[in-house]
Design a protein around this ligand. Structure first.
Ligand SMILES: Nc1ncnc2c1ncn2[C@@H]1O[C@H](COP(=O)(O)OP(=O)(O)OP(=O)(O)O)[C@@H](O)[C@H]1O
Ligand SMILES: [Mg+2]
Length: 250
């Protein structure tokens, strides 16, 4: 069977005077619908990689294929319908919440699934939301969930989730996790989920991609990654500054 998604020697250069690549030699193959947690310290290029996978940012070298079709050979709009990025900082279009949700079907000429919207709003903890409300007035956490719902309406094959629960309280976060896990099971959607919440990564993913040292340093089953990471960089990442020896300040 053709892999769902394949990354071959993907490279991203930095902009400006710094000539070191942001990352290079990023290769991975997703052979079946998967839940992948994409981890790594801030600034490693996780969001950049997701944006490249979604054809929103240039791939400087290497290639990305969806079911063996290179991104470079597909119309970007058609690609983005299948490989969909949910941004770390969601952008609402002008207009109401409903207009934001309908924009997807309008743009991609697909039917608007009103029934699905009505089912998912309460499951995402948004039952109180007026669909006629100006979307720009939503809270950060409300925007994140509307942006996520907008992407689900596309029924993409690959969903790229960039810290989509970062602004949410614990209850709302758990609702989103549950919806996404059920969606993955029911629809067979592959999800690559950037998070700094290690407990979340453990719970939602079957595979971990760990970015460090300017590349995809580890690609292993979630239990393997957390129980016995292969590199010191990953071990340090998981320990975090809190467990390192603190200098005496007194
Ligand atoms: N459009 C851009 N132009 C120039 N530099 C950029 C751009 N986008 C990101 N960068 C730089 O690329 C590096 C990686 O950024 P990126 O947002 O991908 O990291 P990240 O791993 O997602 O970090 P975080 O965990 O903080 O979200 C950073 O140094 C950032 O400043
Ligand atoms: Mg990021």
């Amino acid at each position: 069977m053709k892999p769902v998604l394949e990354l071959q020697q993907v490279k991203k250069n930095r902009t400006g005077a710094d000539t070191r690549p942001l990352f290079m030699d990023v290769s991975a193959q997703i052979t079946e619908p998967s839940m992948i947690a994409l981890l790594g310290v801030s600034g490693q290029g996780k969001s950049t990689l997701l944006r490249m996978l979604a054809a929103l940012d240039r791939i400087d070298e290497g290639s990305v294929r969806l079911h063996d079709v290179p991104q470079s050979e597909m119309d970007p709009k058609a690609w983005r319908m299948k490989v969909c990025y949910v941004a770390q900082q969601p952008v609402m279009l002008q207009g109401s919440v409903e207009q934001n949700l309908r924009a997807v079907s309008f743009l991609h000429r697909i039917p608007y699934e009103d029934k699905l919207v009505k089912q998912l709003l309460p499951r995402l903890g948004l039952e109180h939301l007026e669909l006629g409300k100006n979307a720009e007035l939503l809270s950060g956490g409300e925007k994140q969930r509307i942006s996520l719902l907008r992407s689900l309406l596309l029924r993409p094959e690959v969903l790229l989730l960039d810290e989509v629960t970062a602004s949410l309280d614990r209850g709302s976060k758990e609702l989103v996790e549950q919806v996404l896990q059920e969606w993955h099971t029911a629809e067979g959607t592959t999800m690559i989920w950037v998070t700094h919440d290690l407990e979340q990564a453990r719970q939602i993913s079957g595979q971990v991609w760990f970015m460090g040292e300017g590349t995809l340093l580890e690609n292993s089953a979630t239990t393997t990654f957390f129980d016995s990471p292969a590199t010191e960089t990953a071990r340090n990442y998981m320990q975090g500054p809190a467990s390192k020896e603190q200098p005496c300040l007194s």
